[in-house]
Write a protein that binds this ligand. Sequence first.
Ligand SMILES: [Mn+2]
Length: 290
Amino acid sequence: MKDITIINACCDLGVHVYGADLGPEIITKDMGTKNIETIKAKQYQKQFEPENKQKNIEGVNEFNTRLYQKVKEIIRKGNLPMTIGGDHSIAIGSALASISEYENLGVIWFDSHGDYNSLETTISGNIHGLPLAVITHYETKELSNFHTGNYYNYKNTVIVGARDLDPLEKENIKKCGITVFTTEDIKRQGTAEITQKAFEIASNGTKGVHISYDIDLIDPEIAPGVSIPAVNGINLKEAYELVDEIIKHQDIVKSIDIVEFNPLKDKNRATEKITKTICHKLYDNLLKNQ
Ligand SMILES: [Mn+2]
């Protein structure tokens, strides 16, 4: 029977803030399964300089090369990989591994940010602002050299929950014709309707969908433990409903990431509890009806 393998992706090299690498092991230590693999970023002199527009790119690539191989291995075994970040740069490794094995997938990117910068348009130089552009091959330079296979099609790529897009990033997204549902859209139309549309677009003509769920989607008043918070987010009820909707579409979900929990930024372990609830919900229900 198909099982879920959890991967602790302990890396914070994609952002100029410490702590996201400490998240995975806190979240998964009481998951009640032995099916957990851990990948840690190597000791690395983290780069912070504001003028550096490709911070820690060697470290991110080295980490993603190992994560990529691990996720491919898990899929080949017939299991569903659930990668717990880590900052969002780890999704380059996990999402490309999945499409490398399944050949043709769509992606739903639950995030307050677009993560659609290129090395040319990035303002911060943090690689966690680029992964969606990398996996759709809009950013084509050195961030996916380890990958052989297809990339995600623009027409099967959906961002859900966006509310903090850089102006140039917005142009990139528009140019590619990527579908964006904003936080406002979720509040107006409801989680069920938005997710339904997102799954329709992502699965249209593909063999399945990769899910990437960034905890900073949730309002930082409720979930402050993230590296780069964005105000006016979704509430807890909406955050859990989105997870329930993902579970409802489990027959087309091929791989999943939960990223950006940062324990060093958390208050009263609130974000830890929320991230754990999300991961447990997914782990306990994703394969129930398969
Ligand atoms: Mn993100």
